[in-house]
Design a protein around this ligand. Structure first.
Ligand code: HEM
Length: 501
């Protein structure tokens, strides 16, 4: 179904492109732009965006024509970067200039819309919301305050897997991880009642739906300007249909928070957001839609990314038994078999950290990092005009054979040496983005993935009913996802890590 949909959209756009020639002035002949690969008439390099894996078609183009390229979709200019040294130069000299994620595809959409945090321009609203989430949820002190919330959910995760193991039932690891992550995010932001009503399952359904709409959302961002000139809002109906349903769910949850139904756990984020909505806080007054959009984006940007990473990391461990064995030895020697791994154990589990980093290097959820140049500037001696979109191909950079030995192989050891720490600093490793718009949830992300992998490795063996996990990438998803479910059966490995069981 999806491919028919895309083919027909592509044909439609090709036809439209011939009409466009009458509507558009030729792009201004700016000299000294970065080099550009051969392009098609009118549509420029648009065809690259219709491939199943945009990051791979960009990777191919960059390896042939260079790490700093100028592309054009109709007359929308894009600079494609796939080298750490160019990213470093942008980060060092132009971070402020590229501190917005760029155009919005659908203003009213709950995710990536104009009420949200992710697409908000770098300015007062973004700073206000960032302060709220760092102070109340994602900063080091908030993470410490809310550690108990996560511990309860991790224990629930373990009990659920144990139950499945006892009944010899299989589980889909990504789904289990997503339920864990969304219940933690929901409880951290909205209180314990969030999980009691099984909201994590409902939220997970929406994040999966948005993940599958993501390429359309991305295309809408890029094509909105040219297509709106002829009265077309790309993919609007489909995107908004999902958006309205997600909004309804969030509205119901917010009403319960207002009625203080979820009283037990002081959900600081929600309290602060509601105070700003009521105008109790003179600093900034926010709208109800802005609250919903922030929550939706925290689930989408935090839950989907973290559970996707957990799934990739488990798949790599199952396919690399020696790595799994070494990780288990580390966990057994540091923690033993009489208690369940806790997040306070993570800093000393260096090999576990290396496994997660290596998994993020090979399978970064955010394969492409989009930004926009607010002003014209010079990079590497080339001129980049104001309003040019910037796309950093993090996937290509983290698999670049010139920067990473055996770049396509899963070798967590590479993150144990000092050499790799230097590399990280040189921005060769950027699964969480870079600069002032880098991911504010990276610490929580490491905790969510680390504890989930830790529990699954410490307490269970995993039967996949075959030899190897198929590592094929899904196409047209928001975050780099696995094409096939990771279904396996847990087999209990240690007997009772929870004293109360
Ligand atoms: C393994 C887990 C995660 C990965 C790989 C990841 C990755 C990313 C990436 C690549 C970006 C874009 C950065 C850029 O443009 O330079 C981002 C942004 C963001 N992430 Fe994460 N993330 C993860 C977990 C989380 C968590 C747990 C949260 C919070 C609950 C979160 C919240 C956000 C937010 C709000 C933004 C937008 C930041 C802004 O626009 O200023 N992420 N993340």
């Amino acid at each position: 179904m999806a491919s028919v949909d895309y083919q027909s959209s592509f044909i439609l756009i090709l036809i439209l492109s011939f009409l466009f020639v009458y509507y558009f002035k030729k792009p201004k002949n700016v000299s000294n732009l970065p080099p550009s690969p051969p392009s098609l008439p009118f549509i420029g390099h648009l065809h690259l965006l219709f491939s199943c894996s945009i990051h791979k078609s960009f990777q191919k183009v960059s390896s042939k024509y260079g790490p700093l390229l100028h592309l054009r979709n109709f007359n929308v200019p894009v600079v494609l970067v796939s080298s750490a040294s160019v990213v470093y130069e942008i980060f060092k000299d132009h971070d402020m200039n590229v501190s917005s994620h760029g155009a919005i595809g659908n203003d009213d959409c709950i995710v990536f819309g104009s009420s949200g945090f992710i697409q908000a321009p770098y300015g007062d609203y973004w700073k206000f919301m960032k302060k709220i989430i760092i102070t109340n949820m994602l900063g080091p002190q908030a993470l410490e305050r809310l550690r108990g919330v996560r511990a309860v959910e991790v224990e629930r995760f373990y009990r659920n897997l144990l139950d499945k193991a006892m009944n010899k039932q299989s589980v889909e690891i990504g789904e289990e991880a997503m339920r864990l992550d969304n219940s933690i995010l929901g409880t951290m932001s909205m209180g314990r009642g969030f999980s009691k009503e099984n909201n994590e399952a409902k939220v997970s359904k929406f994040t999966v739906e948005f993940a599958s709409l993501a390429q359309k959302i991305f295309l809408a961002q890029i094509l909105r300007k040219p297509l709106e000139k002829i009265g077309i809002s790309p993919f609007k109906k489909e995107i908004m249909d999902a958006s309205y349903r997600f909004e309804e769910l969030l509205e119901r949850i917010i009403v319960k928070c207002e009625e203080r139904v979820y009283e037990d756990q002081g959900p600081e984020v929600m309290e602060t957001l509601l105070a700003a909505y009521r105008g109790d806080n003179a600093e900034y007054k926010i709208t109800r839609n802005q609250i919903k959009a922030l929550l939706a984006e925290l689930f989408f940007g935090g839950g989907d990314t973290s559970s996707t990473t957990t799934r990739w990391a488990m798949a790599e461990l199952i396919n690399n038994p020696k790595v799994l064995e070494r990780l288990r030895e580390e966990i057994d020697s540091m923690i033993g078999e009489t208690r369940l791994i806790q997040e306070t154990d993570l800093p000393k589990l260096l090999y576990l950290q290396a496994v997660i980093k290596e998994s993020l290097r090979l399978h970064p959820p955010g394969v492409l990092l989009p930004r926009e140049f607010e002003h014209g500037c010079n990079i590497r001696g080339f001129y980049i005009p104001k309003g040019t979109k910037l796309v950093i191909n993090a996937y290509a950079m983290m698999r670049n054979p010139n920067s990473w030995k055996d770049s396509d192989e899963f070798k967590p050891e590479r993150f144990l040496g000092k050499e790799e720490e230097k590399r990280e600093k040189l921005l060769n490793f950027l699964p969480f983005g870079f600069g002032r718009r880098a991911c504010p949830g990276s610490n929580l992300g490491y905790i969510l993935v680390g504890t989930a992998i830790g529990v699954m490795v410490q307490c269970f063996d995993w039967d996949i009913g075959g030899e190897k996990v198929n590592m094929e990438e899904a196409s047209r998803r928001a975050f780099l996802a696995m094409a096939h479910p990771l279904k396996c059966t847990p087999l209990p490995r240690i007997l009772n890590p929870l004293p109360s069981l």
